[in-house]
Design a protein around this ligand. Sequence first.
Ligand SMILES: *Cc1c(COP(=O)(O)O)cnc(C)c1O
Length: 424
Amino acid sequence: MTSYKTGLNFALELDKTDELSHFRSQFHIPKHKNGEDCIYLCGNSLGLQPKITQSYINQELKDWAELGVEGHVHGENPWLSYHELLTDTMAEIVGAKPIEVVVMNTLTTNLHLMMVSFYRPTNKRYKILIEGDAFPSDKYAVESQLRHHGIDEKEGLILWKSREGEELLRYEDLESILKEYGDEIALVMIGGVNYYTGQFFDLKRITELGHKYGCFVGFDCAHGAGNVKLNLHNSGADFAIWCSYKYLNSGPGSLSGVFVHERHAYDKNLNRFTGWWSHNKETRFKMRDDFDMLPGAEGWQLSNPPILSMAAIKASLDVFKKAGMDNLISKSKKLTTYFEFLLNELNHKSIKIITPINNNERGCQLSIQVKNADKSLHHKLTDVGIICDWREPDVIRCAPVPLYNSFEDVFNMVEKLKLILNGK
Ligand SMILES: *Cc1c(COP(=O)(O)O)cnc(C)c1O
């Protein structure tokens, strides 16, 4: 455990000894009105653009211009198999085997596709368990699946809620729910890292619990991928989904990753929606054959994918590969613990960190509750060049990202917050 000190010099010292500090210059950092870099702490919402992204996209524009349809086969990175260029690094980032991972569609779409396979309600087992404060899109998607199967959403949805006066979820409460309703629950679907509190769940523990009661278990890792060590394969989860535009820096609305555990890789009886891209690559273009399912996560693909978005993902993954997930997580823990230290040093009675204190139960995000604050606090922060986000009623979420944030960023953020809280 590093011991931290206050003062700008200490932050500068930490930056000097940070072996990943040079990655910051490989990103476009938005500028504040005075022309200085913003303090960008919003990588949990939209990650910054790597400088190499433009050339990766330009390469595909060039091949399209020069080759037209031939680019599918003769492009620098042939489009037919482009998604395969992403698989190994993506699998490594989320701790999965390549056969378990594919990049396709967008996140909520993939959640639905996964539920087609892993939410198969019967008369007796038809409920879905999610977190009490699940991300709205996930909740809406799950409710619509219930309705799709003719199940009343109030009857079919079970919420794992925090206790009165608490923010974080407790595993013993999950256990009680499963003990009581386990044989009625078809699917347990939890956010790997809760978007609001930043609580990083024990995926393996939740999976084992769910499986013990005969439920399928899936995770939405939108706030986990590229942020924490997910170890999806070892967790044993049936499926997971995540987007690539938050910590994975692949641009607004970019594509989603999907994990389907190896144990389902060859199961042709698992119901699914299919298209020509889930069909055997060798005979895909004969166009007449009976459906011949691709094994693994690729067997859930529907369409030929948007290459320009994939190029942005490839650029980002190449940066991740250079930095190394383990190095990033090690810096991330230092950076966020330093952030927490400075906030505690502030010793300001109106702020409370609701994210877990334990480094292994969170990623880089800290959710800071500010008593009696309203959105004007967020405006004041933006005004002094701090980009973070505001969640009603009174929480600011700040994510110092190890790839491009510095210890100096964190120091300056807390200094500016202090001035604002003290009305200066
Ligand atoms: C960001 C996020 C989404 C967004 O879904 P899209 O389909 O990419 O718009 C959904 N769920 C969670 C948990 C998220 O964090």
